[in-house]
Design a protein around this ligand. Structure first.
Ligand code: GLU
Length: 493
């Protein structure tokens, strides 16, 4: 059987990173098995439809480098790939299911259902429309043919006919056997009164017609699995394989990672921005590779301690046995750390062309772009860090007076003058020459380096001092040293 997997988001807003992780595992599984990765937009619930979300999903997948083999944008042999465009297909299949006796029309009014719910609650039971009571309602199993014909002219729904007292067994590749007794299930609605299919029905019909070989989705869909199995059985169809991925948990405490957690903790939970106020990982300065690498670690490992993977590596290393059952805790600091690694790993040329970097570099002459990025890239956790890291290139940060106070008794003026002279003479190895001098004169190395750093940067931070000096150039370095000499002199007088 050919491997065909699908990512099936609902366009109800921006794609949560849990969704991106689901897309990623689908994509990796498809690539590993040399199969197809399909994007199917599940937009049958018009009430929850949010404009712009389908484009957002497509853009997010493309940003990550996960281009669907088939989908609404690029088509394919199994389309349409938007459920709202498949209405006739669902109509045809619901009729087929009714003919087979696996489903039936139900005509109950809202009032009748509310009454029944109330009575059940009064008796301390939760209401279920199903094998035990369906004969007491108005549906095509309880009324005559003619009456059905008439009732079909009004509003109706179609329900799955779930037989009582049967055991449903279904296998999940990650979790093993899932078993449920049908007495726990109800006759779920498959077609709604607006003529649209419910998620469950459309999902099963499409997975079958699109020849999906393995359904990979979030754990939140596990409770629906027995119901889906019953729909497959009612049609007499084989089921695909199933994999329910572990939840992505809040950074602390119980429950799924939510947008609110992100707002509270100041981290993104979406890949791309959604409007002005909601930045995504991209706007926070993540490389797509950084985010993808981190997401791959949320619930999967390759059996070693290795935590750094490119998308290409993942395409070969990914395996179902590496997926864990338990929830995976979201850790933004770790995400930043992985991104930091990706930044360091990326060659400077490529890094410099990243749009956020290119934008920050606009104010600098072109020949400075690469040297500047190179200078600070090892200090960057996100692309945005560049701005702060190179701020001292324009002018020093305010002098750290605490450090200057400590240096006071260590001959800073002598030190600075020596550095100045050595730079002026264009001594070939500045570092070595200054260090030798300090040794000979018994000047503490700390005092030398700190004075030099405060002169060039203003504070005890930043990349390698001699590289800074190089990038600033002789002239600017000398001015900065002189400025600090004057500043200290002024303080002493
Ligand atoms: N449309 C569902 C969602 O938004 C898809 C679930 C599935 O993959 O079956 O998550």
């Amino acid at each position: 059987m050919r491997t065909r997997v699908r990512f099936a988001p609902s366009p109800t807003g921006p794609l949560h990173i849990g969704g991106v992780r689901t897309a990623l595992f689908n994509y990796l599984y498809a690539r590993k098995e040399r199969g197809s990765f399909i994007l199917r937009v599940e937009d049958t619930d018009q009430n929850r439809y949010v404009d712009g979300s389908e484009d957002y999903i497509q853009e997010a997948l493309e940003w990550c480098g996960m281009h669907p083999d088939e989908g609404p944008k690029n088509g394919g042999e199994y389309g349409p790939y938007r459920q709202s465009e498949r209405k006739e297909i669902y109509d045809e299949y619901i009729k087929l299911l009714i003919e087979k006796g696996g489903a039936y029309y139900a005509f109950d009014s809202n009032d009748a259902l509310s009454d029944a719910r109330e009575t059940a609650e009064k008796n301390g039971e939760s209401f279920k429309y199903g094998a035990k009571n369906r004969m007491f309602f108005k549906n095509s199993l309880t009324i005559g043919k003619d009456e059905v014909e008439l009732a079909l002219k009004e509003e109706y729904v179609v329900r799955l006919k779930v037989e009582a007292g049967e055991t449903v067994n279904i296998y999940d590749e990650i979790r093993g056997i899932v078993q449920v007794n049908t007495n726990e299930l109800d006759d779920k609605i498959l077609m709604k009164s607006d003529g649209m299919p419910t998620y469950h029905f459309a999902n099963v019909v499409d997975d079958h017609l699109m020849e999906i070989s393995c359904v990979i989705r979030g754990e939140e869909w596990l409770p629906s699995l027995p119901l889906h199995k019953l729909i497959y059985d009612a049609f007499g169809w084989d089921t695909p394989k199933f994999m329910h991925l572990p939840l992505i948990l809040k950074p602390t405490g119980k429950g799924k990672l939510s947008k609110r957690d992100g707002d509270k903790g100041g981290f993104p939970v979406f890949p791309l921005n959604w409007g002005e106020d909601t930045p995504g990982f991209r706007e926070k300065g993540f490389l797509a590779e950084g985010m993808i690498n981190y997401l791959a670690l949320l619930g999967w490992n390759d059996g070693t301690e290795n935590e750094f993977f490119s998308l290409k590596d993942l395409e070969t290393k990914f395996s179902v046995t590496g997926i864990q059952k338990g929830g995976a805790r979201f850790d933004y600091e770790k995400a930043r750390w992985v991104n930091h690694h990706k930044i360091i790993e990326m060659n400077t040329e490529e890094l410099t062309t990243q749009s956020q970097i290119a934008k920050l570099m606009e104010d600098y002459p072109i020949e400075k772009h690469k040297p500047l990025v190179n200078l600070v890239k090892a200090r960057m956790y996100t692309l945005k860090d560049l701005e702060e890291e190179i701020a001292f290139i324009e002018k020093t940060y305010p002098y750290d007076e605490k450090v200057l106070n400590k240096l006071k008794d260590k001959n800073p003026i002598v030190i600075l003058n020596k550095i100045k002279k050595t730079i002026e003479k264009e001594t070939p190895n500045l570092k070595e020459s200054l260090m030798n001098w300090a040794k000979e004169e018994s000047i503490p190395m700390g005092a030398l380096m700190q004075s030099f750093r405060i002169a060039l940067v203003g504070q005890l931070r930043g990349p390698d001092l001699f590289e800074i000096c190089n990038v600033l150039g002789k002239e600017v370095s000398l001015i900065r040293i002189e400025n600090l000499i004057q500043h200290i002199n002024l303080k002493l007088t």
